[in-house]
Design a binder for this molecule. Structure first.
Ligand SMILES: [Zn+2]
Length: 344
């Protein structure tokens, strides 16, 4: 709620300046409050200077506003300040991506991570694999109005995936591989920090990155590799032969195109806007370069078995600002997920 009160008959008046300028000031002028102050701005400017004239006008309007609010039966109520509205599309579920629409350039706190809506009011955020069961989404408009809602987040069940027969050096890397692994990590981190403001692919339905889709390992499974429990599998593995074309699932900008990584082999990353990044691992060939803009369906490379892989496949991953997301959830049409918010 905007700060707005008449504290006493003495006429103390405080108001959120953004709301004041945009909504209340025109009403005061319309109602003749400025005239009742009997203040001629032009004359005051000559007498006391522009700054003091402005202060005098605000002080005068402040006093008038209280008197006017008490006297006028159609005085504006808080409800007349435009409501903050936002709508969400996607699943309110762990590992899902949600696309939102609100006012242009609004600030959004998406369950603890800040982002900003674009000039058309669109924004995107993701819910982590292990997101807690409630998420608070807050929207604050550029003139200071705010709305906060708490959502229940559906829990997902993750399978345990057992993979044996991996090259031992990809489970317990030898000391001589550490420098390369650290180099790989730095390259990835730089790419993952991308928060492109021009790409709009995040707001579109994704296509699968392969023409023929066969899921060989589900997203998010708890992994046992060569008999040892490891981090969850933050990708969905799609089967295919070496050389099978990999296609961009939506418009975006290439932020990573690196071959020879220790775990990932050849890897591509695409920012679909606002830091929603899809990644493609174990590739045998890369057809794009960093900075290149791709459209849905463009070939970005070919399936391979480089790095930590038992055979040719595509490991497809997605992330948003450090949260690990299930890219396959963007393939289905996004359904309305939230209510349309209303202030109060
Ligand atoms: Zn994988």
């Amino acid at each position: 709620m905007p700060q707005q009160f008449c504290a006493s008959s003495g006429g103390k008046y405080a108001v959120n300046t953004g709301v004041f300028a945009k909504y209340l000031l025109p009403k005061l002028v319309q109602k003749g409050a400025a005239k009742r102050c009997n203040l001629d701005i032009g004359r005051s400017s000559q007498l006391a200077g522009k700054v003091s004239a402005l202060l005098a006008l605000f002080a005068c309007l402040g006093l008038s506003a209280c008197d006017w609010a008490k006297a006028d039966p159609i005085a504006p109520k808080a409800a007349e300040v435009p409501e903050v509205l936002f709508s969400l599309f996607g699943e309110l579920q762990q590992s899902a991506t949600l696309v939102g629409k609100t006012e242009p350039m609004a600030h959004i706190d998406a369950a603890g991570i800040s982002t900003t809506a674009d000039a058309s009011g669109m924004f995107v955020f993701g819910l982590d694999r292990d997101a807690p069961e409630t998420a608070i989404i807050s929207v604050t408009t550029i003139d200071g109005r705010t709305l906060s809602k708490t959502y229940h987040i559906e829990k997902r069940e993750y399978r345990v995936s057992v993979v044996n027969g991996l090259p031992p050096a990809t489970i317990n890397p030898p000391p001589e591989a550490m420098a390369k692994i650290q180099r790989d990590s730095a390259i990835k981190q730089q790419a993952f920090h991308s928060q492109d403001t021009e790409m709009k692919g995040f707001a579109t339905q994704f296509r699968w990155p392969l023409e023929n889709v066969r899921v060989t390992s589900p997203w998010g499974a708890q992994r046992s590799l060569n008999g040892a429990l490891q981090r969850p599998h933050y990708g969905i593995d799609l089967g295919g032969t070496t050389g099978t074309p990999i296609l961009a699932p939506a418009q975006g900008k290439v932020v990573l195109a690196q071959s020879g990584m220790h775990f990932e082999g050849a890897m591509v990353g695409i920012d679909h806007g606002q830091g929603l990044i899809t990644n493609y691992l174990h590739m045998s060939k890369i057809d794009v370069a960093v900075g290149q803009i791709v459209s849905a369906g463009d070939k970005i490379g070919e399936i391979g078995a480089e790095g930590r892989a038992t055979g040719p496949h595509l490991c497809w991953r997605m992330r948003w600002r450090g949260r690990q997301l299930d890219p396959s959830k963007m393939v289905a049409p996004l359904q309305p997920a939230g209510m349309i918010g209303a202030a109060q």
